[in-house]
Write a protein that binds this ligand. Structure first.
Ligand code: NAP
Length: 265
């Protein structure tokens, strides 16, 4: 594999599972040294570190709740002690809690906002502060952030209004910050996956009826694989995307193409 990220230091949040794990492996395969952030599952993190090292890469796990300011500060401190700096931040950690608005508790709302949106703010702020110190890094940009958003930054989703609020929020937050720091040669973009096969949506892909329904929304005729998302993140993190900032790359098999209209308007 081409080593577009040789010598760069990356942090991927929520990276011991699903999309984050694939991103960590891809960035390492392209030459980056990678921090795998996670919250609960130590053994999955250890296994992933071993897998990356067995493939000749370099990785370390750091446990931290991205919604907790002290833990995020401590995580970045630990990373800088080990790796010296950061070149690439991937804000991937995210959760969803199903509930109709009439039944939604404030605790449920707060939890989704805290992890998905406040977590993005806290990690982006720490990364930006360090990017501004970066000089002579092995990349044209001084630093790059890639957010894992969702098609639900633009497609409404009944029962998941809190999740949609965070993903739509990430979009304009990221674009505003991209505007703030473009002249400092810092790039901020998002990848918006459609339906990607991971533990977060196991209830859908493990049920034939759920899968059949999903396929009616999927012009490309298959669920996405985690590697589809990881490839987009690697591209946006690399110098091949050096003139790209403040945008969203949809990786969704056409889910945003109003699939119902395939059979007449
Ligand atoms: P997943 O397999 O459930 O993984 C979620 C990851 O987030 C885990 O590594 C988990 O770590 C970590 N995490 C949860 N809360 C955390 C916190 N407070 N601090 C740090 N880490 C935390 O989910 P996924 O499907 O790969 O989703 C990853 C991202 O892609 C999310 O932002 C999601 O919204 C987005 N996305 C997914 C899809 C899809 O179809 N799968 C589609 C669109 C967007 P532990 O296991 O240690 O708790």
């Amino acid at each position: 594999m081409e080593k577009r990220l040789n010598g760069q230091k990356a942090l991927v949040t929520g990276a011991n599972s699903g999309i984050g794990a694939a991103i960590a492996q891809r960035l390492a395969a392209e030459g980056a040294e990678v921090v795998i952030n996670f919250l609960f599952n130590d053994s999955a993190t250890d296994e992933l570190v071993k897998k990356i090292e067995a493939g000749g890469g370099k990785a370390m796990g750091i446990k931290a709740d991205v919604s907790n300011e002290e833990q995020v500060d401590a995580m970045f401190k630990q990373m800088f002690k080990a790796y010296g700096t950061i070149d690439i931040l991937v804000n991937n950690a995210g959760i969803e809690i199903h509930n109709l608005l009439e039944n939604m508790t404030k605790a449920e709302w707060d939890k989704v906002i805290a992890v998905n949106l406040t977590g993005n703010f806290l990690c982006s702020r720490s990364a930006i502060r360090q990017f501004l110190q970066n000089e002579n890094r092995p990349s044209k940009a001084r630093g790059k952030i890639v957010n894992i958003s969702s098609v639900h930054q633009v497609i409404m989703w009944a029962g998941f209004s809190s999740y949609c609020a965070t993903k739509a929020g990430i979009n304009l937050f990221a674009q505003s910050v991209a505007q703030e720091y473009a002249e400092k040669k810092i790039r901020i973009n998002s990848v918006a996956p459609g339906a990607i096969k991971t533990p977060i949506n196991q209830n859908v892909w493990s049920d034939p009826k759920g899968m059949a329904d999903l396929m009616t929304k999927m012009p490309y005729g298959r669920m996405g694989e985690v590697e589809d998302v990881a490839a987009a993140v690697a591209f946006l993190s690399s110098d091949e995307a050096d003139y790209i900032t403040g945008t969203t790359l949809y990786v969704d098999g056409g889910m945003c193409l109003y699939p119902e209209f395939r059979f007449g308007g």
